[in-house]
Design a protein around this ligand. Structure first.
Ligand code: GLN
Length: 607
């Protein structure tokens, strides 16, 4: 039974939550302290097909505004009912991207973090499930004063409330709202209605709508056809939304005639119809937008010109240009890196690793060929032959037993043949197992994730350790401090190139975790006395977080219990990946001066 509340209590509750309590056709929930006109909104919607790159468009335009000194808060509004992405299958939905605050979200948030070079929080992501849950919980606690609770105004009201709260909390000049799915889907229709209402309530020059659409070029016709685009845009207009900007996706640059038709049928001036055709790199999109004047169009539409900081913009533009220049220049150093994973099926499951390697390769001038090794298909004995051609190997995170023996064989090969190695999460754990078996002579060494009865559970499920952080038996999630030991490879990699905090025993860095199992402290001494170095650990507890082999025994062998790929950004490449790429370059060409390469890593400050 819900607790009974007095009418006055309920009134207070609603007012506190910003909900108008008197009977009115307007339901305009506004958080306390919200100033209308202070915050502007850009809504990005997709028409015709999904997968158009709304997130890329949205983050690129957001970047242009951020570069101008404006503060930006993006939000992804998903149509599905899941509360977060933690339970989604990465093989279907792409990787689970973990935010610093521990929210398990989808890869689109990764795109925003990378392009904006900004950490996001759980406020930057919502699902229909979250919205409904809030409304239903409020209904159960008597929060609607006996009214019938409806999609409009209550569910749409909750959407508007969240957006305004986000604006307020993150003090955003501009909130970029990306609605998942396509206009016309059942799942997102209440978001679209809420956004229409938001534009109405916020008044003039406060909300801009961007519609992404797609122009088809059937090979048999050899010309671009805009009918589907027109129909998609019509659907949006039927929902009461007049687009202000149209981004036209296409394989090739969109022809003038297609742009004109789209402009004419959607009442959008041609100068605001942008050809967002396929490009070599998504990182060139911000510049292309600027060249077509989209940034200043947005400023005009939202009346933001007087908030621009020109000096900030010039500096940001130079940094980005330098990166793009490096990205496009010919790379002299060819290297091959192998990743254990099934690329074809998992393209998006390792999106952040792909990007992290790209950031580092760009900065170091490496021309990288990535190859994917499906360890479920290669027997451990066949691993050495399969690895011969590589200059570096990554064993990424994973769950479940399949393919782990072959992963261990990969690690053994790298350790014995001095091939640069980066182990991530499961790849860290398997490196411990490999070392325990083959160096410490603990033949049965295993992780209890795969073998509960092993005599040497070097990797184990240790809920009591997690209780220290108040996590109980759950997955350890999100950003945590890692204490880095001085005079180690990890210290060299992170020192000066990363935001670190001093600590009595070295310095701490912050990285993001998503794991259940960890090194059993009972084996630490045995592992270390046989030569394994734990160069990163929990600042107070014996929880091991970075491992490495001594520099004089291996050129580059490192593993992280966390996911370094989640914090790599184009202008702030991740140190462990930089180290891997540099070491792989040396592996391919021993004449390369790795020290000089390492020392040129003042990328973070200069970019
Ligand atoms: N399965 C391992 C664990 O739960 C590793 C997890 C991961 O690689 N993300 O600890």
């Amino acid at each position: 039974m819900p607790t009974k509340q007095t009418n006055q209590d309920t009134q207070d509750l609603l007012t506190k939550a910003g909900h108008q309590t008197q009977d009115s056709e307007f339901f305009n929930p506004i958080p306390e302290g919200y100033i209308k006109g202070r915050h502007k909104y850009v809504v990005v919607l997709g028409t015709v097909i999904s997968g158009l790159g709304k997130g890329i468009f949205s983050s690129s335009l957001a970047k242009l505004l951020k570069d101008k000194g404006l503060s930006i808060a993006p939000i992804k509004m998903e149509g599905y009912l899941n509360i977060d992405s933690g339970t989604l299958n990465p093989y279907r939905h792409g990787e689970v991207f973990v935010l610093d605050d521990g929210l398990e979200t989808d890869m689109d948030l990764g795109t925003y973090e990378r392009i904006l070079d900004q950490n996001l929080t759980r406020d930057n992501y919502t699902t229909s499930g979250q919205i409904y849950r809030t409304v239903l919980d409020r209904e159960r606690s008597g929060g609607y004063l006996g009214r019938d609770v409806q999609m409009i105004p209550h569910v749409t009201g909750e959407v508007k409330y969240r957006l305004r709260e986000l604006a307020l909390k993150q003090r955003a000049d501009v909130i970029f709202i990306e609605v998942g799915g396509t206009v016309g889907d059942y799942e997102n229709s209440f978001y679209i209605e809420a956004l229409r209402e938001l534009a109405f309530e916020e008044g003039e020059k406060a909300v801009s709508f961007v519609a992404l659409t797609y122009v088809i070029e059937p090979p048999a016709l050899g010309e671009q056809k805009s009918k589907a685009a027109q129909l998609g845009l019509k659907k949006l207009m039927e929902a009461g939304i007049q687009p202000d900007i149209i981004a036209v996706r296409a394989q090739k640059p969109v022809e003038a005639s297609a742009c004109q038709k789209i402009a004419m049928f959607s009442n959008v001036p041609i100068k605001r119809v942008f050809s967002m055709h396929d490009r070599d790199s998504i990182y060139s999109i911000p510049d292309a937008m600027r060249e077509s004047g989209l940034d200043s169009q947005i400023l005009t539409m939202l009346n933001l010109h007087d908030r621009v900081n020109v000096v900030h913009e010039d500096e940001a533009r130079i940094s980005w240009r330098n990166y793009i220049k490096k990205l496009n220049s010919k790379r002299p150093h060819k290297i091959k890196i192998g990743i254990t994973g099934k690329y074809a099926a998992l393209r998006d499951a390792y999106a952040s690793i792909d990007k992290a390697i790209e950031h580092c390769a760009t900065h170091l001038g490496a021309d990288i060929e990535l190859d994917w090794l499906d360890t479920t298909q290669i027997a451990p004995d066949d691993i050495p032959a399969a690895l011969k051609k590589f200059d570096g190997i990554v064993v990424p995170g994973g769950f479940g037993h399949r393919g782990t023996e072959s992963k261990i064989a990969c690690i053994k090969y790298c350790r014995e043949n001095k091939v640069p190695y980066l182990g991530i999460c499961l790849g860290f754990q398997m490196a411990v197992v490999e070392f325990a078996r083959n160096v410490c002579n603990l033949k049965d060494a295993a992780s209890t994730e795969f073998d509960q009865k092993t005599a040497a559970p070097v990797i184990d499920f240790l809920p009591e350790q997690k209780q220290i952080e108040g996590l109980g038996g759950n997955m350890r999630l999100g950003g945590k401090d890692v204490l880095v030991k001085p005079q180690t490879l990890a210290a060299k990699l992170y020192d000066d190139h990363y935001t670190s905090k001093p600590h009595a025993d070295g310095f701490t860095i912050r990285e993001r975790f998503r794991h259940r199992y960890e090194v059993d402290p009972n084996f630490i001494e045995k592992l270390e006395s046989n030569g394994l170095i734990f160069s990163g650990r929990h600042p107070e507890q014996p929880i091991m977080q970075i491992l490495e082999l001594p520099k004089d025994t291996h050129p580059y062998f490192i593993g992280a219990q966390f996911h370094p790929e989640l914090t790599s950004r184009p202008l702030n490449p991740q140190p462990m990946f930089l180290g891997l790429v540099a070491a792989a370059m040396k592996h391919a060409n021993p004449d390369i001066d790795t020290e000089a390469l390492l020392n040129s890593w003042d990328i973070r400050s200069k970019a």
